[in-house]
Design a protein around this ligand. Structure first.
Ligand code: CDP
Length: 224
């Protein structure tokens, strides 16, 4: 059945795989909207920390997630009207995000919001469960990954470039812990779904990765 809904390109993958950068570039090339679903889990992490809600309280986290006032405007993320674009990018918030993301209460609360990003002319969505749960009818599903060493090096460079001190061994361990939490959780675990195109970017530049996704999309679009 051909869908009348705007097309979606789903890009899933583990932490620090570079999927955000690739997804954003692909969206810009195609003039599509972009959903950074990880930012939503980071917002829950930040808001719950500020409100003193424990990461062990799924009910309170779920109700917080469904009541959050969020706005994405020109690359700026607003939470209840306050610019939190930088605060949600902190490492400790990323780590906390992967802890709150294990709960179905939190994930269900964010479902409708994520689907509302599907607008004309199309959407590029990045996350862990874009292909497996949120946009199961995505035209193109990409599983974007890289070796754990390559991902830790990328994260290290990113942090140093931002003037934030970092240690490789600590980053490696944190990455492995997040991988384990994302892959082993019962609700919407990170997975490479059937039909997804595997893109290992360990030895690819961002330009090459973007070109590959665009070429897969062009091929599939021609078949529609
Ligand atoms: O930057 P990084 O790839 O580490 O994370 P992110 O994409 O900003 O997402 C932060 C956390 O939210 C991840 O570690 C996941 O545990 C969780 N997440 C998720 O469970 N499902 C999604 N669709 C997106 C993120």
């Amino acid at each position: 059945m051909v869908s009348n809904l705007p097309p979606v390109i789903a890009i899933d993958g583990p932490t620090a795989s570079g999927k955000g950068t690739v997804a954003m570039r692909v969206a810009a090339e195609l003039g599509f909207h972009y959903l950074d679903s990880g930012a939503l889990y980071r917002l829950v992490a930040l808001a719950s920390e500020k409100e003193g809600i424990s990461v062990d309280n799924p009910i309170a986290l779920g109700s917080l997630a469904s009541g959050m006032q969020i706005e994405f405007k020109d690359g700026v993320v607003l939470l209840a009207g306050r610019d939190v674009s930088e605060a949600i990018r902190e490492e400790k918030i990323g780590s906390r995000a992967s802890q709150v993301a294990i709960y179905s209460e939190v994930r269900d609360a964010l479902l409708t919001l994520q689907r509302s990003f599907r607008q004309k002319p199309g959407l590029v969505a990045d996350g862990r469960d874009m292909a497996s749960r949120i946009f199961t009818d995505a035209v193109l599903k990409v599983y974007l990954t890289a070796s754990v060493q390559a991902r830790a090096e990328r994260r290290y460079k990113q942090l140093i470039a931002k003037g934030i001190s970092a240690r490789m061994n600590v980053l490696l361990q944190d990455l492995q812990e997040r991988d384990a939490r994302d892959t082993n959780r019962g609700t919407a675990p990170l997975q490479c779904v059937e039909g997804a195109y595997l893109l290992d970017t360990s030895n690819l530049s961002v330009d090459q990765a973007v070109a590959q996704v665009l070429s897969w999309y062009a091929e599939l679009r021609n078949q529609l």
